[in-house]
Design a protein around this ligand. Structure first.
Ligand code: NAP
Length: 273
């Protein structure tokens, strides 16, 4: 894709799923990639696994393309850690040209019984984290008088309500306005801000259904294209949006969802005949 080779990117949540696929795709396009992951102080097994299996695999693939890849640990919801992460990436790469706000979590539960802390946590990682990283990236671009591009990894749930995932739905709805507001605020200064809206994608966040054939068939039956998406399909859209092929595109969310946002229940007409 045009204009990607030689650029430098930071991908948050780059140790798994869609973030890993985006990091690898950008690496294939010749972009130097800083891969963010969150480290837990007590060295929890999940993080160890993410580092050993997720980030390490990602690093191996990037190494084969001749692209530079570095690891940067930070909890994106923590302003001090985000500031330190940008400092570290600037030291290693001299700056970035592309920010992929991908880190995300979801917590399920009936809203009436939901722990307030769980609501706050999802908002803090998905929305506040994206804001904090965007702020640091934009400051760097304005200080250096350089152009830049942000891709927010949102979700179909920025437009489709998701009952029992209220924090997630709200965070992704907020991400739509984060994308549009930043795009308008900085369009005149060479900074583009876009989003991708993945539909149901085969990644660890969906472990509740991806490995269960019955549940997976139920999920896929709701999708007009009758299949879940692959992380590499999300990565292709993200790479396009931060490339010069999308040089005149800003403030948009590109849904990559097999038709999920097309009101699938209207596939056969049930209201007018
Ligand atoms: P995933 O495989 O669970 O990956 C989530 C990533 O986020 C991991 O790399 C994780 O890092 C990172 N992360 C979590 N909390 C973090 C924090 N506080 N600070 C920094 N990184 C953190 O999920 P995924 O499916 O690839 O999801 C990636 C994004 O796509 C999310 O924003 C999600 O909402 C969005 N999305 C996914 C789907 C889908 O169907 N999969 C659909 C729509 C949108 P560690 O591994 O180090 O914990």
């Amino acid at each position: 894709m045009k204009g990607l080779a030689g650029r430098r990117a930071l991908v948050t949540g780059g140790s798994s799923g869609i973030g890993q696929a985006i990091a690898v795709r950008l690496g294939e396009e010749g972009v130097d990639v800083a891969i963010n992951y969150v480290g837990r102080p007590e060295g929890a097994l999940a993080t160890k696994e993410a580092i050993e299996n997720g980030v390490a695999r990602c690093m191996e693939q990037l190494a084969t393309t001749g692209t530079k890849a570095v690891l940067v640990a930070a909890d994106v919801s923590d302003a001090d850690q985000v500031r330190a992460m940008f400092g570290e990436v600037t030291e290693r790469f001299g700056g970035i040209d592309i920010l992929i706000n991908n880190a995300g979590i979801q917590i399920v539960g009936d809203t009436d019984a939901l722990d307030v802390a769980d609501f706050d946590k999802v908002l803090a990682v998905n929305l506040r984290g994206s804001f904090l990283c965007a702020q640091q990236a934009i400051r760097g671009w304005l200080d250096a008088d350089r152009p830049g591009s942000i891709v927010n990894v949102s979700s179909v749930h920025q437009v489709i309500p998701k009952p029992r995932f209220v924090g997630y739905s709200v965070s992704k709805g907020g991400m739509a306005n984060l994308t549009r507001t930043l795009a308008l605020e900085y369009a005149g200064r060479g900074i583009r801000v876009n989003g991708i809206g993945p539909g149901a994608t085969v990644t660890p966040i969906n472990r509740a259904w991806v490995d269960d054939p019955v549940k997976r068939a139920m999920v896929e039956a709701h999708i007009p294209m009758r299949r879940a998406g692959d992380a590499s399909e999300m990565a292709a859209a993200a790479a396009f949006l931060c490339s010069d092929d999308a040089a005149y595109v800003t403030g948009q969310t590109l849904f990559v969802d097999g038709g999920l946002t097309l009101y699938p229940s209207f596939e056969t007409s049930w209201s007018s005949e």
